[in-house]
Design a protein around this ligand. Structure first.
Ligand code: NAI
Length: 469
């Protein structure tokens, strides 16, 4: 689906008119292309503790495998063995500098008073940020364990991040990584999350906080192909977001099994060919769907590592007019099928090699939506499902997480009446709908080895949609 308004306010004559009228001008977002540099300019690392120094060292270090340096006690500092990212890192804001990224390492704040210095330093560079700049906070969760003052400071970081994200313009985004106490900032998922948020892979992820629970997972050997050697299944892959997920996982190195209903067989075969994977015509509500997926993956590709539950449908009706059929079909496809497939995979004994489950939720499952009690129940169900499924996978080094898209330009949203569609598109900080690729990039990140420490969470891909949290 094309966003005609976005195209008009960004091209030629109509761009000038929009400028003169002061109309909102959503930016054309910059998206990931293999070979693209991580950032197009210097990155400013703010924060004064040891964690800030460690992060700055990794960002500025050379990407050649590091042998590690010994401290004065002769012990090799583990952080010094991590290959660097070759970025141009600055530690103090300088007048005239335009930072492509700003990383605020705030893991050590212990009182709201500690926030002023780094946050005002961020404020001093905001006006000079280039288009598509990235702001990322790294902080700790506001649990009760460290006492009221620390919790106040930490919770403040989340709210600052969400507020700053709403002040950014021209395709710039702000997101945060929230690292559980006891987990070092060098943990794979902290660095993986930081890199995802700095990169163009997260173009439509804005105002979000990503929880890292453990130091599980691993840094990829090649950041551009983190899924090399892995076999993934994507349901609902014949079109829309599912087709984009299949293409993105394949781009990142995975061999992909595409699944969709027999009626979509032709489209499915085309997608499977494009991604050099295989096609399995299957209704995910079939009682033996999980077993058939596993049998196909093992027979054709020898293993199964990643399952993406993307197949989903809508049957909107106000609850007062809801019918058992509309209710039942949504629950059956959007959540009951996922539960059954997972159970069959988990009991098979063949889904044990650092497995990843990534399921498609929705912002409607978080905030609720008029006319969507059935859909919201199923998508809220997905969020509950991953939370309870992730611990069942930890013994195998696996995780389960959800992605909650906001408004994404697909056949599904093309059916929304035009006026409602226009409004829905603009109701986020980036003032536009996302593209299927935006959801796919986030799915690929959560399926990657560097996301192994993210256990049972939901990451929104919604441009900081104004609904819900
Ligand atoms: P879509 O309608 O364009 O594609 C869904 C695909 O799932 C279709 O190819 C369809 O044939 C397949 N499918 C449906 N029932 C199936 C079944 N029983 N077995 C196997 N395949 C089945 O949808 P879209 O927009 O690509 O959405 C993909 C996922 O993202 C869905 O779970 C949806 O709920 C979710 N989502 C989409 C949003 C959007 O704005 N488009 C927003 C939030 C969530």
């Amino acid at each position: 689906m094309t966003d005609t308004y976005l195209n008009l306010v960004n091209s030629g004559f109509t761009k000038k008119i929009a400028q003169q009228l002061g109309l909102p001008r959503p930016a054309v977002l910059r998206r990931f292309r293999p070979g693209q540099p991580l950032l197009d300019g210097p990155v400013l690392v703010l924060g004064s503790g040891a964690d800030a120094d460690t992060v700055a060292r990794i960002l500025s270090g050379t990407s050649r495998a590091a042998a590690g340096t010994a401290g004065t006690d002769g012990v090799i500092d583990p952080a010094s063995t991590i290959p660097g990212w070759d970025l141009d890192v600055r530690r103090d804001p300088a007048a005239g500098d335009r930072y492509a990224g700003v990383v605020l390492v705030l893991t050590e704040v212990a009182h709201p008073d500690d926030l002023a210095e780094p946050v005002l330093a961020l404020g001093s560079v905001l006006k000079a940020l280039p288009a598509h700049a990235r702001i990322v906070t790294i902080s700790r969760p506001a649990t009760a364990d460290e006492g009221p003052a620390t919790a106040a400071a930490r919770q403040g970081v989340d709210s600052i991040l969400r507020s700053v994200a709403k002040e950014l313009r021209a395709g710039a985004t702000g997101n945060g990584v929230v690292v559980a106490d006891g987990v070092p900032v060098t943990a794979p998922s902290v660095l993986g999350g930081l890199r995802f948020f700095l990169s163009t892979r997260s173009a439509f992820v804005d105002g979000q906080l990503l929880d890292v629970d453990t130091d599980g997972g691993a840094l990829p050997l090649d950041w551009e192909r983190p899924l090399d050697g892995r076999v993934a299944v994507v349901t609902g892959a014949a079109r829309g977001i599912g087709a984009a997920i299949a293409a993105t996982l394949a781009r990142d190195g995975a061999t992909v099994v595409t699944v969709d209903v027999p009626a979509a067989g032709e489209q499915l075969a085309a997608v499977a060919n494009r991604v050099r994977g295989t096609a399995l015509q299957l209704d995910v509500t079939a009682p033996d769907a999980g077993t058939r997926i596993l049998e196909h993956a093992l027979a054709r590709h020898g293993r199964l590592d990643i399952v993406v539950h993307n197949a989903g449908i809508v049957r909107d009706k106000l609850l007062a007019n809801m019918t058992p059929d509309r209710w039942g079909s949504i629950i059956a496809v959007n959540i009951a099928a996922q539960l059954r497939i997972n159970e069959q995979l988990l009991t098979s004994g063949d889904f044990t090699n650092e497995p990843r489950i990534v399921a498609l939720a929705s912002t409607s499952g978080i905030a609720g939506n008029r006319g969507q009690t059935n859909y919201a129940a199923s998508k809220g169900g997905v969020i509950g499902m991953v939370r309870a499924t992730a611990p069942l996978l930890t013994a195998f080094g696996g995780t389960a997480n959800a992605v909650a898209p906001g408004f994404i330009e697909t056949d599904m949203t093309a059916k929304i009446p035009p006026v409602t569609r226009q409004v829905a598109r603009r109701l986020n900080s980036l003032q536009q709908g996302g593209q299927p690729i935006d959801v796919a990039e986030t799915v690929a990140f959560l399926a990657s080895p560097q996301a192994g420490g993210i256990v049972g969470h939901v990451l929104r891909v919604c441009g900081q949609n104004l609904v819900g949290q």
